[in-house]
Design a protein around this ligand. Structure first.
Ligand code: DNO
Length: 361
């Protein structure tokens, strides 16, 4: 596997690349042009600028997270064609500079959703938290107000101020969009972009929905093993693949992550590894990576990647906020760096076991 670390760019990320360089075993930086409005084409000159910043530290730029999909594409309205053309041009430009994997998602309106961004934990850290009843019974607008206060100036993915300002309009546009409509619109999008990804040497890697169930009556479809199978069959090409996010799918206890990894082993191009702890009432909190801290067996998940001889990209996903670090929600340096070391520790131990076994034979 190739270990990577997500970085929001020189102006948006408080973490400098020189710090990331000091985390053992990280070979690539996962990046994006976060300031380009969703739906616009990423120019070669802007892409080159970030590439130079990253390569100065000898990191690869192979993975982009994300090229976000314009809402008109998810809604399936006629203006989608203009945005799809821009998306194709962005892929061509990314292909030209050697990008290999593009992560994206197809969640209506929001990206990942939590009710508390800095929920105090037993050990003095804070973490991302989802209180189920708060969403199930929420008044959307009061909820948005509360979240905006918590996040302060740090923008979360999918929570761009431009989008939040037209939230009412968006919600009424989605009024008649049910799961099947979303599948149709996703298929239309894939049929258009996958051939371009193939020509550009890019593997598209859809991110599962987080959490993997409908929220605020908005449909979510990349939620479980059967739906992932259906997704891969929409366009059966090696360029149509997955970002396998253990924490997103794992927010639903019914999802058996190691089994999903084994079944779709040849179409996973990007792995997000993190743990979540479930509570009986449906709430969950994002813990450290360590297996015993959460409800997911991160050792078993890493073992599944080891067993399939996973060659593609991996990154530690959200971390807690520890040691008084002021960071973007979930994207501090310290806990994610601990996550890297936990994953490497498991990996090295699995490797060792194999070589001891081979020596004995
Ligand atoms: C959460 C991330 C997601 C992911 C997008 C991909 O931290 O894993 O926001 O980047 O869903 O489009």
């Amino acid at each position: 596997m190739k270990m990577t670390f997500r970085w929001y760019g020189e102006t948006l990320d408080p973490i400098p690349l020189k710090y990331i360089k000091q985390i053992p075993g990280v070979c690539g930086v996962v990046w994006a042009l976060h300031d380009v409005p969703v739906g616009e084409c990423w120019s070669l000159s802007r892409i080159d600028e970030v590439k130079a910043q990253i390569q100065k530290y000898n990191f690869n730029i192979d993975v982009v997270e994300s090229v976000n999909v314009h809402e008109d594409i998810k809604l399936g309205v006629s203006s989608r064609n203009r945005y799809i053309e821009n998306y194709k041009r962005t892929l061509q430009n990314l292909g030209k500079i050697g990008v290999k994997v593009v992560c994206y998602n197809f969640m209506p309106v929001f990206d990942w959703l939590r009710t508390d961004l800095y929920k105090p934990q037993y050990d003095g850290s804070t973490a991302l938290f989802y209180e189920r009843s708060k969403i199930d019974n929420a008044n959307l607008f009061e909820f948005l107000d509360e979240i905006s206060k918590q996040r302060g100036l740090l923008t979360m993915p999918g929570w761009e101020p431009e989008k939040i300002s037209r939230i009412k309009e968006l919600f009424s546009a989605y009024k008649d969009i049910k799961e099947e409509n979303l599948w149709e619109n996703l298929k239309y999008f894939l049929k258009e972009i996958i051939p371009v990804a193939e020509e550009s040497g890019i593997k598209m890697a859809i991110h599962p929905d987080d959490p993997p169930w409908n929220i605020f009556n908005l449909p979510r479809i990349i939620t479980n093993k059967n739906n992932i199978r259906r997704f891969l069959e929409l366009v059966d090409s090696p360029s149509n693949g997955l970002t396998l996010c253990s924490g997103s799918l794992g927010s639903c206890m019914k999802n058996d992550i190691p089994a999903i990894i084994r079944e779709f082993s040849n179409r996973i191009y990007f792995a997000h590894i993190r743990n979540v702890k479930h509570f009986e009432n449906g709430d969950f909190v994002e813990t450290s990576h360590k297996t015993s801290e959460g409800s997911l067996d991160i050792a078993e998940i890493t073992k599944a990647y080891f067993d399939i001889s996973y060659k593609y990209y991996v990154r530690p996903d959200h971390g807690r906020h520890i040691w008084d670090e002021k960071s973007r929600p979930g994207y501090g340096l310290y806990d994610r760096a601990l996550g890297v070391m936990y994953i490497w520790g498991l990996w090295d131990a699995f490797n060792k076991k194999v070589s001891i076994f081979e020596k004995r034979r």
